[in-house]
Design a protein around this ligand. Sequence first.
Ligand code: SF4
Length: 427
Amino acid sequence: MAYPAKAPSGGRPRPGFAVKRPKYLRDFSCAGSRCIDTCCKDWHIDLDVREFDYLRNAVQEPELKEILSSAIRMDPNRKAGSETGYGYIELDSSGKCPLLDECGLCRLQVRVGEGALSKTCKTYPRSQVFVNGPMPEIHQHASMSCPEVARLVMCEPSALDLAQVNVDADALRLPATIAIDGQRPTVAARYFSDIRSGVRQLLDAHPSDTSLGLFAVILFAHALSRREGGPSREDAAWIAEKVAAYSSREFAIAYFGLRSDPSIAFSILQAFVRLRFRSPDRVAHTYVDHLSESFRGLSFDPEDEAASLAGYLRARDEFPERMRERPWMMRNIALAMFESSGFPAFDGPELWSQLVVLCVRYSLLRMVMTGIASRQDGPLDPEAAVRAVYAYSRLVDHNVSFLEASRKILEEKGLATPAGMAVLIRG
Ligand code: SF4
């Protein structure tokens, strides 16, 4: 599954694009030296040809020049003719970017300005989806792997509220992470915004249970992935009908009538945890400490499967009560995850694959949250939850090969179906 790469209009928005920006992004500002972590650690800072040349040759400030001369490296795996992946910034022995000063600020940004930064550094934690359709739009998001973003998404009930503005300086500065050619004759491309609104409506139609809202999204995505015949005048009405049907009370009643077996979900999730931590790399070691609170809350014992399952079932039963003071939190997390992934960036079977990966990500994160909630006697400690979620996001959301391997396992076991996804997300 490869994201559509080529951005319309040379990867740059132009006047006429409308920008849809959630409130959390409007409120976001980098915590800089106050950050509980930094985005310049344990990261791959990719440089294209132009950035490589600039940093190697154009920066003249003596201290910066010295740092850059040893830190800017050519990527041995660069592909001939490809502008991206040409070089990278080599991190120091503690895994930090050598450009960071003792206060945790980027020397390049402070002394030369933001224009000197690579795309990776300039963009993170933000991302943009360009939809170059009849009504050109930009959808902006940010990654919960930044603790400040995770805090805003998780602690502010209205964090996902959308504001629409005309293309502005911020949008013009950032490149597209994903570009959707809305002229393509497919339902997902031409009705991108309607489908995104549909996902919001489905989650909000079932506010008491995010898993139920997500199950509605799963069935909606499944139907979309099988919609044949190209877009027609009936497609907008068809989308509205599906959303109305899956928002209904009858749908909720049918969902609660489905048999659920949390032990199956637990064994799948446990297999994914083992897969991710089988050969922990340096990144895993760094963030595992933040996640260990959750593993303790789940009484997770790799040597004792029965005790682990019993601990999980106990924590799972307690979860709704622990979350009672923050009923919006899991909905915000799910919506932020869907929207920042660019959903629906694909058509047909690839759209379904994107949905499966999102279900894996949500289910694992829900398990992490269940463990964190179970650590306290009373309601959830939001700061502990923020630490676990940003660490989880760095370990899992940024690991494309792990997510692809998880999806393939589900496909091989015949579980990449709506029923299989329902088992996973219910936990
Ligand atoms: S992780 Fe977020 S808050 Fe921390 S330094 Fe990076 S952008 Fe700023």
